[in-house]
Design a protein around this ligand. Structure first.
Ligand code: SAH
Length: 224
């Protein structure tokens, strides 16, 4: 009992230190939104990967999760979240729950989080871990390319898989002033796009850096 208690608390200390180092690295790479950095410093990323990969959880790399999917690289998570300009109380929709890590980051920032995942097994796993850690995100197992109309409009929508083009239905589930962040491109490379709804029928599109995500599969994504 006592040994395992000390064992786990020194483990937690080790992870906490690594999280601080990761935050420093992200700051060096140009992430400047202090709320994003604080969330990355607080969310235990090692809980969102399998035990065998725990030790690599605070390296700035993507890692495999089940069903051939990945937990995005911390830099990518920070980059997308920063573009989303999240404020406390914002209603945010994420497409591609995956491990649940990005959803936890958004919860940690005080957002009201909705997240859709198409693979049932990942949906089940992320629901369990988010609940265990006390993060309250609303999750749904479905095709997220058509959004989640029951709770729209959103202040922000974040797509964490590669889309062939900007999904039209997602744009229309934004509030005026709302922001959609989505990687758009082919299988090998995508450009991070940011779409801002400037009024009912007007959208402004900005293009950012190139990334590589797993494909977004569904009605307004790639066909299976
Ligand atoms: N945000 C995740 C990254 C997961 S990778 C994390 O923090 O771990 C992208 C995820 O998008 C995969 O789990 C994949 O199954 C999911 N996905 C792909 N197409 C989807 C769709 N149409 N709707 C919902 N999820 C989708």
């Amino acid at each position: 009992m006592i040994n395992s208690f000390f064992g786990s608390s020194s483990g937690e200390r080790k992870f906490k230190k690594r999280r601080r180092q990761l935050v420093d690295k992200l700051r060096d790479r140009g992430i400047h939104d202090e709320n994003v950095l604080k969330a990355i410093g607080n969310v235990p990323r090692h809980k969102f990967v399998e035990t065998a990969l725990e030790d690599r959880a605070y390296k700035d790399t993507a890692l495999p999760i089940e069903r051939g999917q990945t937990i995005s690289q911390p830099y990518t998570v920070a980059y997308q979240t920063q573009l989303l300009e999240v404020e406390e109380g914002d209603k945010i929709l994420e497409i591609g729950t995956g491990s649940g890590y990005q959803a936890a980051i958004l919860c940690e920032m005080g957002a009201r989080v909705y997240s859709v995942e198409r693979i049932k097994h990942l949906y089940d796993r992320s629901r369990d871990i988010l609940e265990e850690l006390g993060y309250r995100a609303q999750l749904k197992c479905d095709d997220g390319t058509v959004g989640w109309s029951a709770y729209s409009p959103y202040d922000g929508i974040l797509v964490t898989a590669a889309a062939p083009e900007v999904p039209d239905k997602l744009k229309h589930q934004l509030n005026v002033g709302g922001i959609l962040v989505v990687p758009v491109g082919d299988n090998d490379r995508q450009i991070m796009m940011r779409v801002i709804r400037t009024d009912e029928e007007r959208f402004e599109t900005e293009r950012y850096n190139a990334f590589k995500f797993v494909p977004l599969i569904g009605e307004e994504g790639w066909k299976e």
